[in-house]
Design a binder for this molecule. Structure first.
Ligand code: HEM
Length: 346
């Protein structure tokens, strides 16, 4: 293109110096025009692009129509966790249970009606916590920018903020998820059970596109929170489990003497996001069978060993896997809506 333009100019002018003067002038014009194009492209990339991710979500999705969205959510989360630090775990688990069933569309927040029993009433979800934090953020956002910020995005941001609040990694997430219009109890059958072994876990996470390594990283969310006795009592039979430390078995039995709903911290620091969970697995002190089983498979065991030694590596892999989880089957455009009340379809 440039070559053709130059040849054309050489042909038109007979006197070389006029030709050179025009040539230089036009060259300068072309260069400056190209620089402007390049600068414009860079501008687009820096301000919005780089931030665009698959599915049409973007890091600055609310920059124009609800610029304080991130701030409002963080504020609600911080306020709630200051009053009750145990809720960090609830928010992280809520995001997982949302994304694994019908995608990250906040279907987990919908209340049952007389015609429909929703996901949240499934036995797998009865111990989910933190719904009020989402309601609080949503209420404020509806005042500031009505009908703009989806409940699915609030759940994703709240989980991210809870992880940071508890001492975990800080990371940015793409936004722009729409809320789903259905929530059915029977779909929760697809959630992994605490009785699953490593192969079951690799398979079920694989169905959602995760590698075994990502599954082990995500399981590290069990650095936060508790399990109720009903989730692990099947491990406490009279025959001693060679994969469980005998002293730790006594701790679990003692917890269960308090009944099915008695709570056992999933690691020694239930409100702090760290790699102590993996070190507990190495000491045969994982609470759930589905945690301890990660040591019985060669692939998952080597990942556990790595994370137990290197917390920074765990944080890095965990944040990447969380961003990936937050993109599962995301609904866009008319496939979803922005619910006005997170508990009800519009
Ligand atoms: C690997 C498969 C998984 C299984 C089988 C599993 C199962 C469970 C079970 C049975 C509980 C205890 C529930 C109770 O007794 O009330 C629990 C708690 C929890 N799970 Fe998982 N989970 C898995 C993966 C995940 C993932 C991927 C996350 C998040 C990214 C997560 C986050 C949590 C948190 C934070 C808690 C504590 C909740 C609280 O204290 O309220 N889990 N999980």
């Amino acid at each position: 293109m440039m070559y053709i333009t130059l040849t054309h100019h050489f042909g038109v002018f007979e006197k070389p110096y006029i030709c050179c003067w025009y040539l230089l002038k036009n060259l300068a014009k072309m260069v400056s025009a190209n620089i402007i194009v390049v600068l414009l492209l860079l501008e687009v990339l820096v301000t919005s692009g780089f931030n665009f991710v698959a599915n049409g979500l973007s890091m600055n999705y609310y920059a124009m129509n609800c610029p304080l969205a991130e701030f409002v959510v963080k504020n609600s989360v911080n306020k709630a966790l200051q009053a009750d630090p145990t809720l960090a775990a609830g928010l992280v688990r809520m995001h997982f249970h949302d994304c694994f069933i019908e995608g990250c569309d906040s279907s987990v927040l919908i209340d049952s009606t007389k015609d429909n029993t929703a996901e949240k009433d499934s036995p797998a979800n009865l111990s989910l916590r933190g719904y009020e934090i989402i309601d609080d953020a949503k209420q404020q956002l509806e005042q500031q920018c009505p009908g703009v910020v989806s409940c699915a995005d609030i759940v994703a941001m709240a989980a991210r903020d809870a992880i940071f609040w508890a001492g975990g990694p800080v990371y940015d997430i793409p936004k722009g998820r729409k809320d789903g219009r259905m929530s059915k109890i029977q779909d929760t059958i697809k959630l992994p059970a605490p009785t699953f072994n490593a192969s079951d876990l690799i398979r079920i996470f694989g169905q959602h596109g995760f590698t075994a390594r990502e599954m082990v990283a995500l399981s590290g969310a069990h650095t936060l929170g508790v399990a109720r006795c009903s989730s692990f009592k099947s491990r406490l039979s009279s025959v001693s489990d060679p994969n469980m430390d005998s002293e730790f078995a006594k701790v679990l039995s003692k917890t269960c003497s308090g009944g099915d709903n008695a709570e056992q911290p999933l690691d020694a620091t239930r409100n702090t996001f760290d790699n102590i969970y993996y070190n507990a697995l190495l000491k045969k002190s994982g609470v759930l069978f589905s945690d301890q089983t990660l040591l019985s498979n060669a692939i998952t065991r080597s990942v556990v060993n790595g994370y137990a030694l290197n917390q920074a590596m765990f944080f890095f892999d965990f944040q990447q896997a969380m961003v990936k989880m937050g993109l599962l089957d995301v609904k866009e455009g008319s496939k979803g809506e922005v619910r006005l009340n997170c508990r009800k379809i519009n």
